[in-house]
Design a protein around this ligand. Structure first.
Ligand SMILES: C[S@@+](CC[C@H](N)C(=O)[O-])C[C@H]1O[C@@H](n2cnc3c(N)ncnc32)[C@H](O)[C@@H]1O
Length: 271
């Protein structure tokens, strides 16, 4: 098929199914090109090893269901390790789902707030009451966890601003949503020691999600971008209270030999 016929066919399809426009706007190749035009980051954020951040990295993750839409255990372990290292007292997350991340963080942080779309909105969007009903499964009766409902794109976060030591951005991962949530996250910080963690900065620990990176960079004040890192072996980007030395980071080189490996012990529990 020649290009003109392809274009005519594509326009016809977009007219019949306007949601297909999202596929164009979310294309990762185009997002990468645009990000590289605006920011000098051909390898994404500098990569920091867990052993650099935590010389004795050892965390237990429980509860964890190994089911769809879950954050990886190592990402949850990173949240717990950051909370412990920086003595976090107040945690805010955008995106609850089953409540796995917040239930784990609540083991080490006394006050946790988890924010999510309300159940009726999820049912309206997905037509799936079972999916909606599972929100907060692990966190709803957990001590120290407060559930707040709203749409992060329109919610007034003013009462929560300036109160949190650790903020986890893990809601809707479309570019515009991550941009808005990133701006919100910077306002939620208590002070200069506060940390932000973004989930789904990468599709897997060696493949950057360029739409998300571009939203993180745009939403981070320019003078603070030098404290953004990708934590090796995780899907997370972090904003740290201090800059790391260049010798403490390296660039992402997909398929290089692993510098670290981990011990994983699994034990089943009934829910
Ligand atoms: C990836 S899941 C969160 C996973 C959770 N942090 C964990 O690790 O266990 C994303 C969640 O964000 C919620 N969400 C999506 N868009 C949102 C929005 N605009 N405002 C608030 N929550 C949203 C979804 O309902 C879903 O529960």
């Amino acid at each position: 098929m020649n290009k003109l016929r392809k274009l005519t066919k594509a326009i016809g399809r977009i007219c019949r199914h306007p949601y297909l426009l999202n596929l164009v706007l979310q294309d990762e190749g185009a997002a990468k090109e645009e990000t590289l035009r605006r920011y000098a980051c051909p390898d994404g954020l500098p990569l920091v090893e867990l052993s650099t951040l935590f010389p004795d990295f050892q965390e237990k993750v429980f509860p964890y269901a190994y089911l769809s839409g879950a954050t990886m255990p190592i990402d949850i372990a990173l949240l717990k390790a950051l909370a412990a290292k920086y003595g976090a007292k107040d945690y805010f997350e955008i995106g609850t789902w089953r409540g796995e991340s917040v239930a784990n963080v609540a083991e080490v942080v006394p006050h946790c707030v988890t924010f999510n779309l309300p159940k009726e909105r999820i049912v309206a969007l997905t037509h799936n009451p079972d999916y909606a009903g599972l929100h907060g499964f692990f966190s709803q009766s957990k001590a120290g966890v407060e559930q707040v409902y709203g749409d992060s794109q329109t919610f007034d976060f003013t009462p929560h601003e300036g109160k949190f030591d650790l903020i986890f951005v893990d809601g809707d991962h479309h570019r515009e949503s991550v941009l808005k949530d990133t701006r919100t996250a910077f306002r939620l910080r208590r002070d200069e020691r506060s940390i932000i963690v973004w989930h789904d900065y990468a599709y897997d620990p060696e493949s950057i999600r360029w739409n998300v990176l571009s939203a993180i960079l745009e939403g981070t004040p320019p003078e603070m971008r030098g404290r953004l890192y990708h934590v090796a072996h995780t899907l997370c980007a972090v904003y740290l209270p201090e800059s790391l030395g260049t010798f403490e980071t390296h660039k992402l080189s997909p398929y290089e030999a692993p510098r670290q490996c981990f011990e994983v012990a699994l034990r089943a529990h009934d829910c």
